[in-house]
Design a protein around this ligand. Structure first.
Ligand SMILES: Nc1ncnc2c1ncn2[C@@H]1O[C@H](COP(=O)(O)OP(=O)(O)OP(=O)(O)O)[C@@H](O)[C@H]1O
Ligand SMILES: [Mg+2]
Length: 330
């Protein structure tokens, strides 16, 4: 059996607006191993949420389109799965935690009811008392006393609401958890707790996770591997050690991480880089980062770079490395 739980190949996604087509994902390739946590980073508009929504098959109807590519979850191509089957796979095979817990919680139902609902969906023949017991277990597992299950979302704090969302996401023991900036809406002191809890639970369920975050400290602490996204492409991917300790990086990574990445430094946000991402309705011909790149050369404007493998785990999409110049330091 393959060691990869998820493999995305050449994924292209567009959004159609009244008069434009937005090229949100432009040939994403990515692998997630069983049991691993992959950190997905990149500036706003890079396509991170689009990638998660594509895996969930939750792109907005009649607006977002998967144009090309494959999303293989244990060899099953999610793009080809029927909507009815996909509904069953959500929660059980792949679950998503959104940035704002209120996106996922229904204000008019008790939290216990909402956890029970997903359990019933996936275990329609289970006895009511079994489901109740599982609801209690899930609440206790995320650190909320189960006797509060009859309360409504507004009766909980932000951190508690996000814990309930995590309980719902994990209730059916998914193989893959997609967490889209799951703690950004929370207090800084609660963020670390919730993240650690989520990662421990993910380990105990033997699941894999894609964690979308702007926080490099979180990436360094939690992630086994890291993918860096720019204008709808993964421009660098590697193990956490490759990303934080190797000397070779995509010039975009160097800028984003603030010169020399360091795993031991205190929590840090990604650095803003001068300039803007290219207009997603008309992308440049060559490398999409060329215009902002301090190391650009003539070829960068005309030819798109392909991935250069620095090692078995470390790949960089940049012309610099074609010539064997491995020291793309700022
Ligand atoms: N519903 C939509 N309709 C039209 N364009 C969209 C839609 N959703 C996203 N986009 C566009 O697709 C591109 C990728 O957006 P996406 O939300 O995936 O970025 P992101 O990396 O998650 O950013 P952020 O860090 O801000 O959450 C952007 O150019 C965005 O404007
Ligand atoms: Mg997003």
């Amino acid at each position: 059996m393959s060691e990869n739980l998820l493999e995305i190949r050449n994924l292209h996604v567009t959004y159609k607006t009244d008069d434009d087509e937005i090229f949100a994902l432009n040939g994403v390739d990515l692998k997630v191993k069983k049991g691993e946590t992959l950190g997905l980073v990149g500036e706003t508009g890079a396509g991170k949420t689009t990638m998660a929504l594509s895996i969930m098959r939750l792109l907005p109807d009649r607006v977002g389109f998967i144009k090309q590519g494959e999303i293989l979850l244990e060899d099953m191509n999610l793009i080809k799965v029927t909507e009815a089957d996909m509904r069953l796979m959500r929660g059980q095979d792949v679950s998503m935690i959104f940035q704002d817990p209120m996106t996922s919680l229904n204000p008019i139902h008790t939290v216990g009811h909402q956890i029970a609902e997903v359990l019933f969906l996936h275990h329609p023949n289970a006895a009511a008392n079994e489901i109740e017991q599982k609801v209690d277990d899930m609440m206790e597992m995320v650190g909320i006393p189960s006797d509060r299950k009859a309360e409504y979302p507004h009766q909980f704090s932000g951190g508690m609401k996000q814990r309930i969302v995590i309980a719902i996401a994990l209730a059916c023991n998914p193989k893959l958890l997609l967490a889209d900036e799951p703690t950004t809406a929370l207090d800084v002191t609660i963020q670390a707790q919730v993240l650690k809890m989520m990662n421990d639970l993910k380990d105990s369920f033997n699941a894999s996770m894609i964690l979308i975050t702007h926080d490099l400290g979180v990436v360094a602490q939690i992630c086994d591997s890291v993918a860096i996204m720019y204008a709808g492409e993964i421009i660098e991917v590697g193990s956490a050690v490759d990303i934080f300790e190797s000397e070779s990086h995509h010039p975009y990574t160097v800028g984003l991480f603030g010169a020399i990445p360091d795993m031991t430094k205190k929590t840090r946000r990604l650095n803003p880089i001068d300039g803007l991402m290219p207009d997603p309705t008309s992308l440049p011909l060559g490398c999409r980062f060329a215009e902002r790149c301090p190391r650009r050369e003539d070829i960068c404007a005309s030819e798109r770079p392909s991935v250069m493998q620095m090692s078995a785990t470390h790949g960089i999409k940049c012309h610099l490395f074609k010539r064997g110049d491995e020291r793309a330091t700022a």
